[in-house]
Design a binder for this molecule. Structure first.
Ligand code: TSB
Ligand code: ZN
Length: 644
């Protein structure tokens, strides 16, 4: 007999070899029904794995997060078995459970496409009907290597296991897989799943190694949960900026020109220029001075700043010319340090706020590139603010509040605020502990004093200092950084920046790095997803479309209107194509143009306009001057209309 201790401290004796499922049954029939697996002394056990000695046991039921993982991981195995039956040369990499499902990486000569997925699902259902047990077995390293010989991926995984680690394999029918567990115990427990997509994935994420084929799927305990999840996925897909872009034509990325290098198309570039004007104005009001600095910098500049040592992985390699080496800048901070250093500064000059809309390049892993959200060439709404220590708090707060104002004007939603600190990973952060401790303490105290709710993340700081990041959630459920305020005690040291204090002595300033509303690229992806293309009037690439009912009769007045709107700095176009009126109106509708004007006899005669606002049904006729006044007001106030 063995003694089992439960979470609540209760103890009970059982036969040696009792399984979690049998323990659950001994408590109640209904617990057995929802028992998926168990933690036995903290280790994940399958429901059918015998317990051999005294232990604490916590039953995992369907509602626990761990159960979802067990189910999805089991479904990955089931899928692998089905794939192996269909494509007999298939070999397998790793197949973990992930946030909303699972994937498995597969090597096979068959090019797997989405059209294969129903076939694989069908084979999976066949295996479910076979009600195959998933049985665990523990092996020595030699036996494991013997079992998987001829399977290079599994052999590599086995060889990488540390000494003394238990090696377990799971057998279900003819299919054997190296796996830590846990599993659901029998294929019949897998019912409500769907295979979702196929992608390429390098073996162990290393672009120098084999490219495998990855199938993604998702598995749930009830049909309702599965359907609910599929509905969410569908909505996400529809809101994905890469998909919306097909209609909106904001940007494009061409294989021939390079991955992660976005081109701005007319619609996108119009929005970008509008945003540029907006940012310059906002910053002028807040006391920033605008500068412009070169995109190329000498390698020595980046050695001095610390980027070369601590940020090189994110930089494109240097270019050699004559005796000099240059890099494409990944950041503009060093340039702004030089401007600061070029003059003698007094304590009375501070704060000095240099702002620049900076084009920069970063080497991002090709697998991480996502439309406009993560690119390799980007233009950042950047600033470096040089302050005395006694000005840190005020200036960080001012920067933070300016960010909030911009986010509000843009109608965006913040997911949360993050305080990003360093951890002890080598080669990622500068090594002066004293400077780190001071900078981290200042930011933390500031957030606490201001009652700003935030999450702390270690290991996410910049190499030069801690940051406050403002995070948003994308359609694909990625959390990404939109805005940032960073405290830097390092670069002022490395550049030997000083100012003359009231005491006549030299002092060291502190630098605040501030990203206002991210890069144009990332911001545009966020705006597209937020508005699904129905941009508020002030941002809309085309604000007014003038459509004459009849070209011959109404062209003159329509042209007058269009020119007048353009003179008023409104983005208006005239549709004189030989198309049917209904067609033109529908097209303006699908392009989500905020104001569609239909001009006929009445309008010409009365010098009025008849408009329909995007997303609204009724048509309104008003005189021209009132229309212009209304539009200008809507632009000035940056009115948000959630009519997407
Ligand atoms: C704020 N030196 C600071 C600057 O002064 C800096 O560069 N900080 S950063 O590294 O955090 O980047 C600033 C912002 O750029 C990020 O907050 C993020 O919004 C945006 N960004 C970073 N990488 C990418 C990328 N690959 N694609 C698009 N935008 C990016
Ligand atoms: Zn910077």
């Amino acid at each position: 007999m063995i003694e089992i201790t439960f979470k609540d401290g209760n103890k009970k004796r059982f036969e040696k070899g009792i399984t979690p499922e049998a323990i659950a049954e001994s408590i109640s029939k209904s617990l057995k029904k929802v028992c998926v697996a168990a933690y036995v002394n903290g280790e994940l056990y399958d429901r059918n794995r015998p317990i051999e000695s005294d232990a604490t046991v916590e039953i995992i039921t369907k509602d626990d997060e761990a159960a979802f993982e067990v189910l999805n991981h089991s479904t990955a195995h089931l899928m692998a078995q089905a794939v192996k039956r269909l494509f007999s040369d298939a070999q397998f990499g790793v197949g973990p459970a992930i946030k909303d499902g699972f994937y498995y990486d597969i090597a096979t000569s068959h090019k797997i496409t989405e059209s294969d997925l129903p076939k694989i699902e069908q084979e999976m259902r066949r295996i479910i009907k076979e009600q195959t047990d998933m049985e665990r077995e523990e092996l020595s390293k030699e036996d494991a290597l013997e079992r998987f010989k001829g399977d290079p991926y599994k052999v590599e995984l086995i060889n990488d296991l540390s000494e003394g680690e238990t090696i377990s394999v799971y057998t279900q029918g003819e299919f054997v897989d190296l796996c830590r567990g846990g599993h659901v115990g029998n294929t019949r427990y897998i019912q409500h799943f769907k295979l979702l997509s196929v992608a390429g994935a390098y073996w162990r994420g290393d672009s120098d190694r084999d490219m495998l084929q990855r199938i993604y799927g998702t598995s749930w305990f009830t049909k309702e949960d599965l359907n609910k999840h599929l509905e969410i996925l569908k909505e996400r897909k529809e809101r994905d900026h890469r998909r919306l872009n097909k209609q909106l034509k904001i940007f494009d990325i061409y294989e021939e020109s390079g991955k992660g290098l976005a081109f701005w198309l007319p619609n996108g570039y119009t929005i970008r220029r509008t945003l540029e004007d907006y940012v310059y104005k906002l910053e002028r009001k807040a006391g920033y001075k605008h500068v412009s600095t070169p995109i190329l910098g000498s390698k020595t500049l980046y050695q001095l700043s610390g980027h070369w040592d601590l940020y090189r992985d994110n930089m494109f390699p240097p270019m050699k010319q004559d005796d000099e080496e240059f890099v494409l800048r990944p950041m503009s901070c060093p340039h702004h340090m030089l401007i600061y250093r070029s003059e003698l500064r007094s304590y009375r000059d501070l704060p000095i706020r240099y702002a620049e809309i900076v084009t920069q390049h970063r080497y991002e892993a090709s697998g991480s590139l996502t439309g406009l959200e993560r690119v390799r060439a980007m233009t950042l709404t950047d600033s470096h603010i040089f302050v005395r220590k006694d000005q840190i708090k005020e200036e960080v707060l001012a920067a933070y509040n300016l960010i909030l104002k911009a986010i509000e004007d843009l109608g965006l939603e913040i997911d949360y605020v993050e305080l990003a600190l360093r951890d002890d990973e080598k080669g990622k952060f500068h090594s002066n502990d004293k400077l780190w401790d001071e900078a981290e303490a200042v930011l933390k105290a500031l957030l606490d004093e201001e009652n700003i709710t935030y999450k702390t993340m270690t290991g996410e700081a910049a190499f030069y200092g801690p940051k406050i990041d403002i995070q948003v959630r994308t359609a694909m459920d990625h959390v990404i950084t939109m805005s940032t305020v960073q405290l830097d005690f390092l670069m002022p040291e490395r550049f030997d920046l000083t100012y003359i204090g009231a005491d006549g002595e030299k002092h060291r300033p502190v630098v605040i790095h501030r990203g206002l509303i991210s890069t144009w690229e990332r911001l545009m992806s966020i705006l597209m997803e937020q508005y699904k293309g129905a941009f508020p009037l002030w941002l809309a690439p085309e604000q007014i479309k003038v459509i004459p009912v009849n070209n011959e009769a109404h062209q003159g007045y329509s042209e007058t209107l269009n020119e007048r709107f353009i003179d008023e700095d409104l983005r208006s176009t005239l549709d004189l194509r030989e198309e049917k009126l209904g067609y033109k109106i529908r097209e303006a509708q699908t392009q989500k143009i905020p104001y569609q004007l239909v001009i006929g006899d009445q309008e010409v005669e009365n010098q009025t306009v008849t408009y329909r606002r995007y997303g609204e049904k009724e048509q309104v006729t008003i005189d021209l001057e009132s229309f212009i006044a209304m539009i200008r007001k809507e632009i000035r106030e940056k009115t948000l209309r959630f009519s997407a």
